[in-house]
Design a protein around this ligand. Structure first.
Ligand code: NA7
Length: 544
């Protein structure tokens, strides 16, 4: 029997309307979830907003878009054949290459036939009588499913800040997280780049090389470490692939799910000279490995200051104009407490004659005008605006769906004071509703592919358990959830993370509750807890 015969169909579209599981999103999380659900023999519909698979990597096509985790690690580990046969070309993968990889996976595992593209889930309501989720989409689909799984991504709800006058701007404007599919040519143009997080820092050097003039509007300077990106020789890959499974196993046993050189020493366990040597060596090797130079950089402000000052001195040595260099030096957050950036030639870009750094901390943007923008102290004539202003991270892509659980309870209301989950996987009162890399799980603090795999495998094992035990409904208990939320906060408070106004804290969205969103206790510790929960007969969950 094919799925059309097995399931009721929509009379209009002739599409099935009842599934075992609905998955929202077809990025790294949604694709792997689909694969595992199929292995369980479940019928699945994946709804994806984009007209292609890839999630974040489908949308983020801005100039310079590149992953800050190295290629050999930022990929699926669940198929030995896949990891052996895929060839990466660079140390850090560019967006286009990751998107090719994801498309390859979709084809290789025949995933596309269960994915409905250009369709966003808009609402989902749990019907307690039939114990099913009723799911609606912006394409008019009305389907039901026993399980609803959010694979909506942590950095998917792009955010253009409210800026007076934007609708009257005569030029073109873009958001890095929603970039056009055709190349954007800035040749001869005066371009404004607003925002200096990872996206802005990656885009600036590439736009500067093309535009007549680039104005970088900086509210908060960020720390960035050079990527020293380079081609990845076939020989090096071959070497790595000999022990791929072992590398993956070791990575899963780390705090971030990434193989870095984790130090066993505190910054003050060594002399000043040795500390500088260590920072220097790590700067020379590049990437986020820098922040692991000492094991207390996220715990002790004094230790952190040594790393921060090292980077500030690098900025001062690279950027020729001392005033510009000082403006680029971050002083208002410990290094690493906002996501560390990994760049190619960012600081050097400010030595170009066609690049101007504009401080909008002291002279904020007041309005966009038809021909540019005005800050409190200046007027800029512009042809294009690029917003690199980030995302409503972690919760944004879930809460833009009208999710209602038991008794019609609205998820957005339940989470009004900040997200509440058990293990970042489920939330009490919302049975059979799973979140992949949800708030309260390590997610964005890790190699997110590793976190995705761990969650997908946990959910798949849970559904298998339910099938074997003829259970229809799983739900987190409020008690377990309260404990978990407390634990997530407690762990975060022991670190320097909450001291930064970061998107980890929801601080970039006006009105968003100030809560530390990811679990900072470490991927290795977290996955151990998840396994213990299962071993203790799904401690903190009830079945029905
Ligand atoms: P981020 O890291 O959230 O950066 C956004 C940037 O935009 C940041 O510099 C913000 O300054 C700035 N911003 C945000 N709103 C405004 C307004 N209204 N005016 C001026 N400047 C503003 O987003 P990214 O896309 O760069 O990176 C997100 C993640 O993707 C990254 O961490 C990687 O994991 C991949 P602020 O710091 O808030 O003062």
């Amino acid at each position: 029997m094919n799925s059309l015969q097995r399931h009721p169909v929509d009379a209009h579209s002739n599409r099935p309307t009842e599934f075992d599981a609905v998955v929202a999103g077809a990025g790294f999380a949604g694709l792997y979830m689909l694969h595992r659900l199929r292995e369980l023999g479940l019928s699945v519909r994946v709804f994806e907003m984009g007209d292609g698979v890839g999630g974040t990597w489908y949308w983020n096509r801005y100039p310079g878009a590149r992953c800050d985790v190295e290629s050999m690690q930022y990929s699926y580990s669940w198929s030995e054949e896949l990891q052996q046969e895929w060839q990466w070309t660079e140390r850090y993968p560019a967006q286009a290459e990751i998107l090719r990889y994801i498309n390859h996976v979709a084809d290789r595992f025949d995933l596309r036939r269960d994915i409905q593209l250009e369709t966003a889930v808009t609402a989902a309501r749990y019907d307690e009588n039939i114990e099913r989720w009723l799911v609606e989409t912006d394409r008019g689909d009305r389907v039901s499913a026993k399980f609803l799984i959010m694979a909506t991504g942590c950095l998917s709800a792009a955010r253009v800040p409210d800026m007076k006058g934007l609708e009257y701007f005569r030029g073109k404007w873009y958001h890095t997280g929603d970039w056009p599919h055709e190349p954007v040519d800035f040749t001869g143009q005066r371009v404004a780049l607003i925002g200096t997080g990872s996206s802005g820092i990656q885009a600036a050097p590439v736009i500067a090389a093309q535009a007549a003039h680039l104005y970088v509007f900086q509210r908060t300077p960020n720390f960035t470490i050079p990527a020293w990106n380079e081609p990845l020789p076939a020989e090096k890959q071959k070497e790595w692939k000999k022990n791929y499974a072992e590398h993956r196993r070791k990575a899963r046993d780390t705090r971030s799910g990434i193989l870095y050189e984790y130090s066993q020493r505190g910054a003050f366990d060594v002399s000043e000279e040795e500390r500088q040597r260590e920072f220097e060596a790590r700067w020379a090797r590049g990437g986020a490995n820098f922040t692991h130079a000492f094991n207390d950089l996220f715990l002790s402000k004094k230790s952190n200051d040594t790393a921060a000052e090292f980077v500030r001195n690098k900025i001062r040595s690279i950027v020729r104009d001392p005033k510009v260099a000082e403006l680029l030096c971050p002083h208002n957050h410990p290094i690493g407490t906002k996501r560390i950036c990994v760049d190619t030639d960012y600081y050097k870009t400010f030595n170009r004659d066609n690049v101007t750094l504009v401080d909008i901390r002291h002279s904020p943007i007041e309005e966009i005008t038809p021909s540019g923008l005005c800050t409190r102290d200046g007027k800029y004539e512009l042809d294009s605006l690029v917003f690199a202003t980030g995302y409503d991270a972690v919760t944004g892509s879930i809460l833009r769906i009208d999710v209602r659980g038991r008794g019609g309870r609205v998820l957005a209301e339940k989470w009004a004071e900040g997200p509440r989950t058990y293990l970042g996987l489920m939330t009490a009162g919302f049975p059979n509703f799973f979140i992949i890399t949800g708030p309260g799980s390590p997610s964005v603090l890790t190699n997110v592919v590793v976190s995705i795999e761990q969650h997908v495998e946990w959910i798949a094992a849970c559904l298998r358990h339910m099938k074997e035990n003829q259970e229809d409904v799983i739900e987190a208990t409020p008690h377990a959830e309260n404990h978990w939320v407390e634990h997530v906060n407690e762990v975060a408070e022991k670190t320097l993370f909450p001291s930064a106004n970061s998107w980890y804290m929801g601080a970039n969205i006006p009105g968003k509750p100030r809560v530390f969103l990811p679990y900072v206790g470490g991927f290795n510790n977290y996955s151990k807890i998840c396994n213990e929960v299962v071993a203790e007969n799904y401690r903190g969950f009830t079945f029905g």
